[in-house]
Design a protein around this ligand. Structure first.
Ligand SMILES: C[S@@+](CC[C@H](N)C(=O)[O-])C[C@H]1O[C@@H](n2cnc3c(N)ncnc32)[C@H](O)[C@@H]1O
Length: 233
C-alpha cells in the first residue's frame, strides 16, 4: 500500500529535497487544470476507449494480479482492469487532482468494487509497501512535471519480470505535419498542462530494461509503449 495516508497533501520528492519552483508550479497547474476537466471528461473517455482497451490487452492481466495505475483520472480504466483481475486481484490507482479522485471514488462506490483503491498522490513521489505485478498509465505521463522520476517510481514499484504499458499523446513525430507542432504544443499545454520539456518514450527507454512502441494512431500522435522490467540478476 502507498505510504501516503489516503488524502494527505502529497510530500516532496523521495530524497526529501524541496521541489524547485518549476516543478511545484507545474504540479499546482495540474491540480487546477484536471480539477476543472473532471466535470467534462465524458468525451475523452469515449474517444480514447478503443486505444485504452488495446493498451490494457497488452498487459495480459490474470486473475489475482495486483495492478498499479498512475494518473487514473476519474477511473476510466477501472472496469476493464477489474474484469481482468477478478475479485482476488487488487488495483491501486493514484491521481493528483482531488476532483478526479472524487469522481474515481464515485465510480468505485457505484460498482461496489472492494478491491479497487484510489489515492491522491503525486505519482513522482509516491511509494508503496508492496510491489505490483503490472502497471498502466494512459494519457497521464506526458502531463507530469518530471516524467523520468515518475517512470522510475513505477519501475521501483514493480516485481521483476513484469510489464508497464503506457498509452499517451505527442505532437507529430515526423512528416510535413510537424510544421503544426508549435500550435499543438501550445494547445496541449493549455488544455492538459502537457510537459513539453520531457519525452515519455525516451524516459521509458532509459528507465526500463526493454521498451517498444507497439501501436501508433493518428499519424503517430497517439501511441502505446510496452516496457518490461526483467528478472533481478
Ligand atoms: C488526461 S488525464 C488521464 C486520465 C485517464 N488515465 C485517462 O486515460 O483518461 C491526466 C491525469 O493525470 C493526472 N496527473 C497529472 N499529474 C499527476 C501527478 N504528478 N501525479 C498523479 N497524477 C497526475 C491528472 O490529475 C489527470 O487526472
Amino acid at each position: 500500500m502507498a505510504t501516503d495516508s489516503r488524502d494527505r497533501e502529497p510530500t516532496p520528492g523521495n530524497d526529501g529535497s524541496s521541489r524547485d519552483d518549476e516543478y511545484a508550479d507545474h504540479l499546482e497547474r495540474s491540480r487546477t487544470v484536471w480539477d476543472r476537466w473532471s466535470d467534462w471528461y465524458g468525451m475523452s473517455e469515449r474517444d480514447f476507449e478503443p486505444m485504452r482497451e488495446a493498451a490494457i490487452d497488452r498487459l495480459a492481466l490474470e486473475s489475482g494480479d495486483r495492478v498499479l495505475e498512475i494518473g487514473c483520472g476519474p477511473g476510466v480504466n477501472f472496469e476493464r482492469i477489474r474484469t481482468d483481475i477478478g475479485e482476488s486481484g487488487e488495483l491501486v490507482a493514484v491521481d493528483y487532482s482531488p476532483e478526479m479522485i472524487e469522481k474515481a471514488r464515485e465510480r468505485i462506490d457505484a460498482h461496489g468494487w472492494e478491491n479497487v483503491d484510489v489515492r491522491r498522490a503525486d505519482a513522482t513521489a509516491v511509494e508503496f509497501e508492496e510491489p505490483f505485478d503490472a502497471a498502466l498509465a494512459t494519457l497521464s505521463l506526458s502531463v507530469m512535471p518530471d516524467i523520468t522520476r515518475a517512470v522510475e517510481t513505477v519501475y521501483r514499484s514493480l516485481v521483476p519480470d513484469s510489464t508497464f504499458v503506457v498509452f499517451d499523446v505527442r505532437p507529430f513525430p515526423d512528416g510535413p505535419a510537424r510544421v503544426l507542432n508549435p500550435f499543438i504544443w501550445r494547445f496541449l499545454r493549455w488544455y492538459a498542462n502537457w510537459n513539453p520539456d520531457d519525452d515519455v518514450v525516451e524516459a521509458l527507454e532509459v528507465v526500463f530494461d526493454t521498451s517498444e512502441i507497439v501501436d501508433t494512431y493518428t499519424h503517430g500522435t497517439t501511441y502505446t509503449v510496452v516496457c518490461e522490467k526483467r528478472d533481478a540478476v
